[in-house]
Write a protein that binds this ligand. Sequence first.
Ligand code: ACO
Ligand code: OAA
Length: 427
Amino acid sequence: MTEQTSARLNYQGGDLELPVQSAVEGNVGLDIAPLLKTTGAVTYDPGFMNTANAKSAITYIDGDAGILRYRGYPIEQLAEHSSFLEVSYLLIYGELPTQQQLTDFDNVTRRHTLLHEELRDFFGGFPRDAHPMPVLSSAVSALSTYYPDSLDPFNKDHVERSTYRMLAKVPTIAAYAYKKSIGQPMLYPDNNLTLVENLIRGCFGVPAEQFELDPDMVKALDTLLILHADHEQNCSTSTVRLVGSSQANLFASVSAGINALYGPAHGGANEAVLGMLRQIQSGDVSPEAFMEKVKNKEAGVRLMGFGHRVYKNYDPRARVVKGLADDLLAKLGGDDELFDIAQRLEQKALEDDYFIERKLYPNVDFYTGLIYKAMGFPEKMFTVLFALGRLPGWIAQWREMIEDPSTKIGRPRQLYIGEPERNYPGA
Ligand SMILES: CC(=O)SCCNC(=O)CCNC(=O)[C@H](O)C(C)(C)COP(=O)(O)OP(=O)(O)OC[C@H]1O[C@@H](n2cnc3c(N)ncnc32)[C@H](O)[C@@H]1OP(=O)(O)O
Ligand SMILES: O=C([O-])CC(=O)C(=O)O
């Protein structure tokens, strides 16, 4: 069979030949760049349901089959055998590190965990009960003011420096944001600890008190971060790329990505799932009545943690997370009643025509909140944990975009539906 290299489109009575861009594993894209010049028409695709904005070698998803791979490696294998640090290296540099490369990467990220004292003081400016997500995005944006030596997107040394600064400092910022939100003093990071260990100690440790890490919790959090590490052109990653396409630096671009992640239709869903489960647990509404509301689309109620733009099958990460929840909730002292409610909702949805017809399955965050909660994190930290997981993906995608000579500034078109020209009164 010969590979198709172009497609013919009939537009207003004339034939139009459009090139086909092929990728791997059957991915093809119709190159519509010549369309505007030839016909004067733009494509209309709200929500970019059908638009590829980049060629990328980082993450592969087959949404119909429920397959996810980072740099070719199946997510299930990475979750079982790798570490978050190793996966971060893989995403950013394209290959698994050698032992020496991993040691060097570990050392460089451990050495840069501290924040400037002035940046630490910046946390004092937020209200006492500030939600940690906007605190996180603000502090990440503020990082660029301390590191003028790493802001040039086209200077390889600058990019390298901002990469490890970001990986090392964002967990410290997350822990500070958490301490701020509960009114406790912040803890300086301990560079004898790994990134994940430091995060846990930074959140749950108390100054001048010995802190003992729970190895089950460290392993589980590491696995959850791996599962969230990249997901090709999702809303926050596309935001990072869009902001970066204006040649904004990595700190500014990632800060924008954190804000995009905050919404409940995206990363904020993990917090919203817990809210939904608690509402049912409180007796306000039975699981059956809640499902009726969802199906009747009452006041926009959705089954949070369900549905996905790309997966029209079970999200492979949700399978791993559910297995983790099964193992861990007993060990960490989780809320069995909430887990029960979640499982009942899932069962009902999987048997219901509304969900079957629309191919709605649990996504990565249907069960994560129950694990985070069992670890002791309050709901408002859930999306921060997602952001920490997604960080290497954002960095890898930003770097790929910057290095790609075909990158153009992101600038969609529109279909204007406002007033035609009219005269200003008296003009
Ligand atoms: C890490 C992540 O970001 S994963 C996603 C996290 N978000 C959530 O869990 C929030 C709940 N889910 C959703 O809102 C959606 O499924 C999204 C935002 C994830 C994907 O949205 P889209 O791809 O734009 O699908 P869209 O919103 O058009 O939904 C398609 C149909 O399924 C329905 N639907 C989608 N998700 C749900 C849901 N969770 N509960 C009930 N109905 C749903 C829609 O009402 C729509 O029905 P219709 O055809 O009768 O109008
Ligand atoms: O890909 C998406 O649309 C949402 C996302 O980030 C994820 O599922 O991890």
